[in-house]
Design a protein around this ligand. Structure first.
Ligand code: GAP
Length: 578
């Protein structure tokens, strides 16, 4: 059984996650988190919020899942958020054409190839349909937009889309959010919420789904002035698989500190390097195995339509590398697009320390000359003259000045442009911030945490499976069991369970079956500690505490039990020191 298969089996049996709406046959790419999964998800989200929002001093918002078409027209998703699709002429099944190529040839990153090339490769290799085995040679490869469309209100006059990334809910609100940040750069806005993509081929349970949770941070910075606190992370070691290494015959992962990666220019953006350092330690905190982890740089053809540079955090499962987070330098792409499409101001006004005096070239073209001369193009010529004056005032030094509009040259006598250079005092300037974006997929984090935590060993000659999740992340912190349901043990155990719950622990009370089976059940969901109430407990006010990984047990007083568990889970004491 592969890692993925045994995980999916355990996830369903123990209530982490399972295919949604199974009673009706389900729909591929939709999963329900069961009680353990929902608790784990909430713990991961809390840990993310703690590190990437609270500790960084950022703000968190919650925007709608559905937004009007204009938002996605501006963001580029309506036109550009496509995957390559191929339909089998025999059985009608649809597949991701680039994945079919990658699965059947040595080619990696087929999504960066043009559709025609992918079609040719499918024909040359006579690749068969994964569903019915008929040849796919000659079938067209088309673009398929991944957004789920809907209508806002009755009728079809107001189309909307389920957001394909939570990020747009932040970008579109930038003018308002900037005010909340008192128009002071840099500032970061985060969001944890659902994103939707109508994936052509959902696969590997939580890895490629159609509805998933993203935890995204959009950090708005002044590209000229703001610098990240690199010193905080400069000694963190990053396993980096750069674009250059990927293209070199003998290239591999290089272990570089954040400081070295920046100095050697392997990571070109200091901001991206900063977040790689922060994230590396955070992944370790949530239990991702650092021996099965790397940061991989996107190759030029792989970059999303908005990204100037991008690194993915990838985790290894079943020999495949799965992208769990994207770290993108988005430049001012998104704010620029929303400004253009909405006509609103997506800049921050940066006040100078002292007002400055500058020379500003201006024109005020005589429209009574331009109109008769250039007809319908007169306004475009006037705009072009204005832009030229700003860009190259020396062009107005002769008798005539020439501008280009839509590839055609227009020559205007300088005297008709009313060119002049004014001396003005400026108090500041409008800056369009750049955006640095760490974007985490919560489902993929969970899948990786579970796969990496899955452990099998033998205790007293018996095989067992347990999840060595960090106590902070484990869905249940402590299992409480009466040894037997008699002589007051059950009542005593229930009281202990209530007291632990009151102290804020996540507790499971279990009195069914042999004690060994109860331990196994908790092991399989990663519960770090189990408390057992026996005869001695009732007589002496003591219980045994069992540690999941070592399976060792210690007898402790019930006085201060809740604090002991808290100190263990927070790493302030060790089980050996009890
Ligand atoms: N705002 C940037 C953005 O959305 P992305 O690389 O498309 O970038 C970010 O997605 C993260 O979201 C990925 O690293 C991955 O963890 C998760 N993700 C993307 N598509 C997914 C899918 N179909 N199923 C599960 N997770 C997905």
């Amino acid at each position: 059984m592969s890692e993925g298969e045994r995980l999916t089996e355990l996830a369903k049996r123990r209530g982490f996650y399972f295919p949604a709406a199974g009673a009706y046959g389900g729909a591929a790419g939709f999963w329900t988190y069961g009680p353990q999964g929902a608790a784990l998800k909430s713990n991961v989200e809390d840990a993310w919020r703690d590190r990437f929002v609270l500790q960084e001093g950022h703000q968190e918002i919650s925007a709608p899942d559905v937004m009007p078409e204009a938002v996605f027209e501006a963001s580029g998703h309506l036109d550009g958020f496509d995957d390559m699709i191929i339909e089998c002429g025999e059985c009608g099944a649809t597949h991701r054409a680039d994945h079919i190529v990658e699965d059947n040839t040595d080619i990696e990153e087929a999504e960066s190839l043009p559709n025609e090339d992918v079609m040719d490769i499918i024909a040359d290799h006579d690749i068969a349909c994964p569903s019915c085995n008929a040849s796919l040679a000659g079938e067209p490869v088309d673009n398929f937009n991944l957004m789920f469309a809907t209508n806002i209100g009755p009728g079809t006059s107001s189309p909307g889309y389920l957001r394909p990334e939570t990020a747009q809910g932040i970008f579109v609100e930038f003018p308002q959010l900037s005010e909340y940040a008192r128009n002071q750069l840099p500032f970061g806005v985060a969001q944890i919420g659902k994103a939707y993509r109508n994936e052509i081929s959902p696969r590997k349970s939580l890895v490629r789904v159609r509805e998933f949770t993203q935890a995204e941070l959009e950090h708005f910075v002044d590209p000229e002035e703001d610098e990240p606190p690199l010193a905080d992370v400069e000694d963190v070691t990053l396993p980096l698989y750069s674009g250059e290494s990927q293209q070199a015959a003998d290239g591999g992962v290089e272990q570089l500190t954040v400081g070295e990666a920046v100095d050697e220019g392997v990571v070109t953006s200091d901001w991206v390097a900063y977040y790689l350092g922060v994230a590396r330690d955070w992944y370790e905190r949530i239990g991702i195995d650092m021996d099965r982890f790397r940061f991989r740089q996107h190759l030029p053809g792989e970059l999303a339509h908005y990204a100037a540079d991008c690194w993915d955090a990838e985790a290894e499962i079943d020999g495949d590398w799965i992208e769990i987070t994207g770290f993108a330098y988005r430049g001012d792409y998104d704010l620029q697009k929303h400004a253009e499409h909405s006509g609103e101001d997506y800049t921050v006004f940066k006040q100078y320390d002292e007002p400055v005096t500058v020379e500003r070239p201006t024109v005020d073209p005589d429209m009574s000359y331009l109109g008769p001369e250039f007809g319908g193009d007169a306004q475009s010529v006037a705009d072009a003259l204005e832009a030229l004056a700003e860009r190259d005032p020396e062009a107005f030094e002769g008798e005539d000045v020439t501008v280009e509009v839509d590839g055609e040259a227009y020559t205007v006598p300088v005297k008709e442009t009313d060119f002049s250079v004014e001396t003005v005092t400026e108090n500041g300037e409008h800056v369009r911030p750049h955006v640095v974006e760490p974007s985490f997929g919560v489902g993929r984090l969970i899948y990786t945490m579970l796969a990496h935590a899955y452990t099998e060993d033998e205790v007293d000659g018996e095989e067992r499976t347990y999840l060595d999740l960090p106590p902070e992340q484990a869905p249940t912190t402590v299992g409480v069991f009466p040894l037997m349901d008699k002589d007051g043990m059950a009542e005593y155990a229930r009281e202990i369970a209530s007291a632990l719950r009151e102290a804020g622990h996540s507790v499971t009370y279990d009195d069914s079956g042999a004690i060994g089976r109860r331990y196994r059940r908790q092991d399989e969901i990663g519960t770090p500690y189990c408390v057992t109430v026996d005869y001695e407990s009732v007589e002496e006010d003591t219980v045994t505490v069992r540690e999941r990984d070592s399976t060792e047990q210690k007898r402790v007083s019930i006085d201060g039990l809740a604090e002991t568990i808290a100190r263990l889970t927070e790493g302030e004491t060790t089980f050996d020191d009890l």
